[in-house]
Write a protein that binds this ligand. Structure first.
Ligand code: F6P
Length: 357
């Protein structure tokens, strides 16, 4: 690439705190390299509709402190179709776009792959679920984790006051990463994740066992906190009903009460943590510099467990991985077939009895 070339930034899929910081980083580094950096509104929907807009560095400075994405985001069923692809490619040509930076999760980067060959592509992993391979953490995960911990701290207060068990359901799609890491940080007594491969009865057993241990022991806890990942396919209210039924008969005279809190989209909003702002900025920095050097069809990821490859020349914590490999390894992660998936599964099972104590 050369000075004056136009690079478009696009945020897609579920928003993640830190997306704005990534936009800011990409726009600033792009300006430094002499590139013209523009934005595409509402992800692939805006790309199909030709909604390419100029970016204002000052506005991005302000936005980088906030969650969501100033460009807007969307999930599109039309984009993968031949008509969608045609429209998107027409926009790229019409607006003389030389490179596209896609900031999003698994679905968004799968979308980016369909444009390989039409334009230079760089991906930045952004998803609270942390369900992408080739990055040890995605933009937004740290903030979401902190949001859950803060919510649990509040719930602990009221739970202890009433001697209650709380089942707190958190987002994360099919990945238990967010539930598990936030659960450990919050001091939960049990974390229910899909990866342990239990059936509904076994999840009920896990909660009942935790409650009996907590309330019957000499230490007599005044509350029990159970974090349930949304990937565990038993409705939280149904889980409560079945747990209550069992506990009533097994805890005898001990009066305990259960409540359910579904945190839902609260987990996805809010000001990005310092880490997520920095992660967005640093991944964007490497992505822009690699594009400028002529690289394409890669994702910039954060070095750490399960991430192969040498550090990028621009940052010792950032590694670039071919998009094809990212998507293939992500598939294996979701299927529980990668070394990282096996490690997580082992650790999640081992943590169960440690939390229950
Ligand atoms: O992928 C991010 C995520 O927040 C998941 O954790 C959740 O399952 C999903 O998106 C919710 O999507 P929507 O906002 O479309 O309901």
């Amino acid at each position: 690439m050369k000075e004056g070339d136009r690079v478009a930034l696009l945020t897609s899929g579920g928003d993640a705190p830190g997306m704005n910081a990534a936009l800011r980083g990409a726009a600033r580094v792009g300006a430094e390299l002499g590139l013209e950096v523009v934005g595409v509104e509402e992800g692939y929907v805006g790309l199909m509709e030709g909604r390419v807009v100029p970016l204002d560095l000052r506005a991005l400075d302000e936005a980088s402190r906030r969650g969501g994405t100033v460009l807007g985001t969307a999930r599109s069923a039309t984009f993968p179709t031949p008509e969608g692809q045609k429209l998107a490619r027409e926009t790229l040509v019409k607006h003389s776009i030389s490179a596209l930076v896609v900031i999003g999760g698994n679905g968004s980067l799968t979308g980016a792959r369909t444009l390989i060959g039409a334009v230079r592509i760089a991906g930045l992993p952004a998803s609270i679920d942390n369900d992408l391979a080739a990055t040890s953490i995605s933009i937004g995960t740290d903030t979401a984790m902190n949001t859950i911990v803060e919510a649990c701290d509040r719930i602990f207060d009221t739970a202890s006051a009433h001697r209650r068990t709380f089942i707190v359901e958190v987002m994360g799609r099919d990945m238990g990463y967010l539930a598990m890491t936030a659960g450990i940080a919050a001091g939960a007594d049990a974390v229910l994740v899909r990866e342990t491969g239990k059936d509904a009865d076994a999840y009920v057993d896990q909660v009942v066992r935790t409650m009996i241990h907590a309330y019957k022991g000499d230490h007599g806890k005044r509350r029990v906190l159970v974090i349930k990942s949304e990937g565990v396919k038993i409705d939280a209210a149904e889980l409560k009903r079945r747990v209550d039924e069992r506990v009533k008969s097994q805890l005898g005279g001990v009066a305990v009460d259960t409540r359910v809190t579904v945190l839902g989209h609260v987990v996805r909003g809010g000001s990005p943590s310092a880490f997520d702002r920095l992660l967005g900025a640093r991944l964007a920095n490497t992505a822009m510099r690699e594009l400028f050097l002529g690289n394409t069809d890669f994702m910039a990821g954060w070095i750490g467990p399960g991430v192969e490859g040498a550090a990028a020349q621009h940052d010792p914590y950032v590694v670039t991985t071919p998009l094809e490999k990212v998507l293939l390894d992500t598939q294996l992660l979701h299927a529980g077939e990668s070394p990282l998936a096996a490690w997580r599964k082992r650790i999640y099972a081992a943590v169960e009895s440690i939390l229950e104590r």
